[in-house]
Design a protein. Structure first.
Length: 310
């Protein structure tokens, strides 16, 4: 129960950051279009720094085995998400924004502060497994979905700052290299910005729309149900009944970190990419706002169910 309460409190804090962005636009201090610059900063500066910063820990066999377990859990979740979404996209008539919102979660700007506050800073490391898997998939499969074309420019993919950050982070971790304090503090500072900056973007984008209109939209409720309840229930069943709990002494909490990432709201990155690629960023924001509000209840509920079954 304590974990669930802590989760709810941290999610509310992020929601208030989003509300601040909404107020800034409503008050006339900024315009919604001003958020595009901030979106680019989040995508190409803050997000890579989160990845690199998370790998700045001491290399041990226990950490490696735990990371491999987290990576396995992350791969399982993404296989279920991509495969499941592909199976139901025609019957449910899912558009690209909806598919992206179901498959990709706020595994960086939401999970990092949540895990740090609820479980402790040492557990953030395991969230990198999910972030790495999702980042690789997002900048290959995800861009193809939102841009409606398969990504064949592999050079462009490999030179993306987020992909480069993964390679740098892994190399530093494998080599036991700790960055000099000024560089580490710089990277850490940008990494810490990702939560507030992402939430400000969402708030600013919806700043010029009627919130009553937002909640009158019926379709996003269904997408939120799939992202926050339907798939997370499947993840819990797999993690609890597939024998994964005996693979590591800390398996319960390592898999909880992965579960939190998998059951998080729709990724803020979907809104930012929709904005960058001139797609329906407003609809993406509506789904994101709704999923953030509802996850105040759904994420603690999923955590409670997982703890009960484990």
């Amino acid at each position: 129960m304590e974990l669930s309460i802590l989760l709810a409190e941290q999610i509310v804090a992020l929601f208030l950051m989003m509300a601040a962005g909404y107020v800034l636009v409503k008050s006339g201090l900024f315009e919604s279009k001003d958020s595009k610059v901030l979106s680019n900063i989040v995508v190409y500066v803050c997000s890579p720094c989160v990845v690199v910063n998370s790998f700045q820990i001491t290399l041990t066999k226990d950490k490696i085995m735990g990371l491999l377990l987290a990576a396995a859990g992350a791969v399982i979740i993404h296989v279920l998400l991509v495969g499941g979404t592909r199976l139901v996209q025609k019957p449910l008539n899912l558009n690209p924004i909806e598919k992206m919102s179901v498959i990709y979660s706020n595994s960086g700007n939401l999970i990092v502060p949540l895990v740090s506050s609820v479980l402790g800073q040492e557990w953030v490391f395991y969230s990198t497994a999910y972030m790495v898997v999702q980042t690789l998939l997002l900048w290959t499969h995800g861009i193809g979905v939102i841009d409606r074309e398969p990504q064949k420019n592999y050079k462009k993919i490999l030179l993306n700052p987020n992909i480069i950050a993964i390679f740098i982070g892994v190399l530093l971790f494998a080599g036991g290299v700790r960055l000099p304090v000024p560089i580490r503090d710089c990277i850490g500072g940008f990494a810490d910005m990702i939560g507030p900056a992402s939430m400000l973007v969402i708030g600013m984008i919806i700043g010029n729309i009627d919130l009553k209109w937002v909640f009158r939209q019926k379709r996003p409720y269904f997408i939120c149900f799939i992202r926050l309840i339907a798939f997370p229930l499947i993840f819990i069943a797999v993690f609890c009944f597939a024998g994964m709990q005996g693979l590591h002494k800390d398996a319960e909490y390592i898999l909880l970190v992965v579960l939190l990432a998998g059951s998080a709201p729709a990724a803020a990155m979907v809104t930012q990419l929709a904005q960058i690629y001139n797609k329906d960023a407003m609809y993406a924001s509506v789904i994101n706002v709704m999923s953030i509000i509802y996850c105040i209840v759904t994420m603690p509920a999923m955590t409670l169910l997982y703890e009960f079954l484990v």
